[in-house]
Each structure stands twice: as structure tokens, then as C-alpha cells.
Design a protein around this ligand. Structure first.
Ligand code: SF4
Length: 252
């Protein structure tokens, strides 16, 4: 075993040991307990990512109420719905926080010049890689923790997520305080606190991403069924370990 392999083995097993302890402690803990722990553990090197969906609204409200100075960021692909950009401003005002914009290096016109018109139709994995996966990796490169609004009930792919995970791709702890919340609990919380939310949720869009790749869902479909509808793709790649578009079929 080389030194590098040995170090990787130690890192993997150390993380796993810590994670099993943390997850048994936090499995039934409320989001505020987990958020406070995150800030105590990582200080200003923990950040929260949001696409301004309903779970993100709940977490931002928790941070604001707790007075935790955790930086919130969004991956701005340049292709978000107008309603999402509007909600961004409303939430900043209402919750008294600033959401940092994380942008891809390649502008939309640069992407068009290099890969042709509407890359999201031809190679959505590549488009997500350029506009989401790479900017996130760069942004998290000097961070220790990444808080997300992931929930087990969102889709089959997400049903086994844990409250605290190790993200080997970005080398950060991934913190999912709402992992065990379902949609009903999210909306109960939003209504109880009279929080602003994306009006598209009332038009059949439970999950909202970039406008070219988001559709409404039919009754009975899972929350993320409107993302990349009619394709096998269900995730943009930021929550997929070692996502590499080159290994996937562009015909998905
Ligand atoms: S969701 Fe669609 S438009 Fe947005 S980055 Fe991915 S492929 Fe591109």
C-alpha cells in the first residue's frame, strides 16, 4: 500500500467512524441543533447552498432566527426563472441576509460559442458540469462544511441520505438538517412563519431549477419528476459522488 493509499484509507475510515457517531446523535435532532453544531464546529468555513426552493427557504429562516452568521450562496447558472431571481431579493430583505452569487467561469454566450446553442438540450450533463458542478467545487475548495436542503422524501435517489455526510468530491462535510422532513412539514413551517416562496410552487413545480430543464409534475409523481423531464437524468451532479459527464451518455 502506497503512502497516498494509506492516507486515503485512514481518512475514509476516520470520517466514517465520526459520521456514525454524529448521525446517531443527530438523526432525531431538530434543524436548529444541527445548524448550531455546524457553526460551532466549522465557524465561518461552513456555508449553506440554496436554489431558493421550499427547503432552502426553511433553512434560511432558521439561520436568520438563530442569528448564525453562516454565509448562504446560490449557484447562479444564469438560467434561473424570473420568479426565482425575484424571490432571492425578497428573502434577502425579509430575512436580513445576503446570498452570495456563485457563477460559472463560462458565460452563456461563451458556452454557446464553444459548444453550440442550447447545450442543455444536447448534453445536459455537460451543461450542469460547467454551470453547477465546477463552480461549486471551486467555491467549496476552502470550506469545511456545506449545508443543504436535501430531503429523503424528494426522490428515490435521495431516500438514503444521512444528516451528516462526507463529500469526498468536494472534501467537505455535507450537512442535511432537513433530511427527515417531508413536503408537508416544509409547507407547514413556511405557512406558520408566513415566509415568502417561489410562486411556481403553486403552479405544479415542487422542485425548481433552471427554466430550460424544469417542468410541472403530474399528480402522484415524485417531487423532482419535473427536472429534466423525459430524460433519465434526475440530478445535476452536485449531489452525485464523482460526477463525470464524460462517463455518461449524452443521449439521456
Ligand atoms: S439544469 Fe439544465 S440549464 Fe441548468 S445547468 Fe443543468 S443542463 Fe444546464
Amino acid at each position: 500500500m502506497s503512502n497516498r493509499q494509506r492516507n486515503e484509507w485512514i481518512t475514509a475510515h476516520t470520517e466514517q467512524k465520526d459520521l456514525s457517531v454524529l448521525n446517531s446523535e443527530f438523526e432525531h435532532a431538530s434543524p436548529d441543533v444541527i445548524l448550531k453544531w455546524s457553526y460551532e464546529e466549522f465557524g465561518t468555513r461552513v456555508v449553506m447552498g440554496t436554489g431558493f426552493g421550499s427547503s432552502g427557504v426553511v433553512l434560511m429562516h432558521y439561520l436568520s432566527e438563530l442569528g448564525l452568521p453562516v454565509q448562504v450562496f446560490t449557484l447562479d447558472t444564469g438560467l434561473l426563472f424570473d420568479q426565482t431571481y425575484k424571490l432571492w431579493k425578497t428573502l434577502e430583505r425579509k430575512l436580513r441576509l445576503k446570498v452570495e452569487r456563485v457563477s460559472p467561469i463560462l458565460t452563456l454566450s461563451g458556452q454557446k460559442n464553444r459548444f453550440g446553442e442550447n447545450l442543455w438540450q444536447i448534453e445536459p450533463d455537460k451543461c450542469c458540469h460547467i454551470r453547477k458542478v465546477l463552480p461549486l467545487k471551486k467555491y467549496l475548495s476552502n470550506k469545511k462544511g456545506w449545508i443543504t436542503g436535501l430531503r429523503r422524501s424528494q426522490s428515490e435517489y435521495r431516500e438514503s441520505i444521512r444528516k451528516i455526510e462526507w463529500d469526498a468530491t468536494n472534501q467537505v462535510y455535507k450537512i442535511n438538517p432537513l433530511a427527515d422532513w417531508d413536503q408537508e412539514e416544509i409547507w407547514w413551517y413556511i405557512n406558520k412563519h408566513d415566509l415568502p416562496y417561489n410562486p411556481l410552487h403553486d403552479e405544479g413545480f415542487p422542485s425548481i431549477g433552471c427554466f430550460p430543464c424544469t417542468s410541472p409534475v403530474e399528480e402522484g409523481e415524485d417531487e423532482r419528476a419535473g427536472r429534466w423531464k423525459n430524460l433519465q437524468k434526475t440530478e445535476c451532479g452536485i449531489h452525485v459522488p464523482d460526477f463525470n459527464p464524460a462517463k455518461r451518455s449524452s443521449a439521456e
